[in-house]
Design a protein around this ligand. Sequence first.
Ligand code: MV4
Length: 448
Amino acid sequence: MFHRILVANRGEIALRILRACKDLGIETVAVYSEADRDSLHLRYADETICIGPASSSMSYLNIPAIIAAAEIADVEAIHPGYGFLSENAHFAEVCQSCNIKFIGPSAQAITDCGDKVAAKALAAKANVPCVPGSDGPVDNEHDALRIAREIGFPVLIKAAAGGGGRGMRVAHNDPSLVTGFHSARSEAESAFNNSTVYLEKFVDKPRHVEIQIIGDTHGNVVHLGERDCSLQRRHQKLIEESPCPVLDEDTRKAMGEAAIRLAKVANYYSAGTVEFLLDKDNNFYFIEINSRIQVEHPVTEAVTDTDLIREMILVAAGEPLSFRQEDIEMRGHAIEFRINAEDPDQNFKPSPGKIKTFVPPAGPGVRWDSHVYQGYTVPPHYDSMVGKLIVHRRTRKQAIAVAKRALAELQIEGIATTAPLFLRILDHSDFCNGDVDTGFIDRYFTPR
Ligand code: MV4
């Protein structure tokens, strides 16, 4: 087992990883940018190293600075968290060549998952249902038109290197397809340095349901059920829950088994997420696979009683998974709320600044993952998440009741947050009935 790990991230996930290391008796090294000097996680690390100025490209994305810190601190492994270098195959390779374990999947698996066309090909090979589409890149507008007419409008043009909806266009007819094809390509080129696009049939008002998987280096892969992440705004998830309120046991089993088949053909180990769209008739279609631990992993930890960060560390050290598929049972219902320093009444405008009053939520069924405290200043340089509230109870109804209580207990003054918005959503009958899709927030909660 490792003796010393470097955490190449910031904020709540850095703290989460440090806690897992403490629980395993592993020493920790935290790296930080000049803007993060006051982050809570630095106080809990055995060693801290400043790796550069506030700008991410000069600190948390700066591979030479992070590798230098790892060499100086003499760590055996690096946990990349989410975002930043977590899905950077080159970084995984550099770690390997420096004899440092990258706590994540292989560089090859990261590369395959990062290319959605390649990932869809692997899914097809694994007999995983995919959204009907182009079965590969589309190189010119003539092919795009031919394929779109074949699969039938409306269609989506998607970037192979895409994510977060960038380089994505919907087309309802020939002219909008031609326009969308070119604008998706140029957006993809400037965002990802890769103009490759592909086509998919547009699924109307889908739910976003994803399967958590984890594999070891001995060929074992286990799924830990699903998360419903349908409550998003502009491709930013706001609320995630497990189980999905509308998934039946047979569909869950079929999705889980599909995710495992895909992981196996991709030689996948470590934690990963297989994303599906679920249509109105509960048909599921693979869309992409994320090769990192995700923000919303705690809802899965709650309902499956696992520790995914601990498990990632163990499998990176070559240990077999500590559980088998038949050991995994889903118990109760968990919901996560992302508390962002954003003003929902001002079009979610970022609201960095000093937290003058801070009282965390607590009590039965409540988990609070956060790096902030009273007197902390939320820097303007990074994503705006200041904490995650995770509630877990035996039923969805009880989880909602605990969420309302916990959100009311949470006191944050000095900055605007998404907490008041969540209290309104929790009073909405559609949410309480589990009747949401990816358009819910925009329909009901975009500025009054
Ligand atoms: C789709 C879709 C409908 N049909 N694909 C958005 C980002 C990327 N992860 C995939 N996305 C979508 N892909 C087909 N064929 C609708 C979306 C989509 C969406 C998906 C999940 C959650 C929120 C969303 C918001 C808008 C569009």
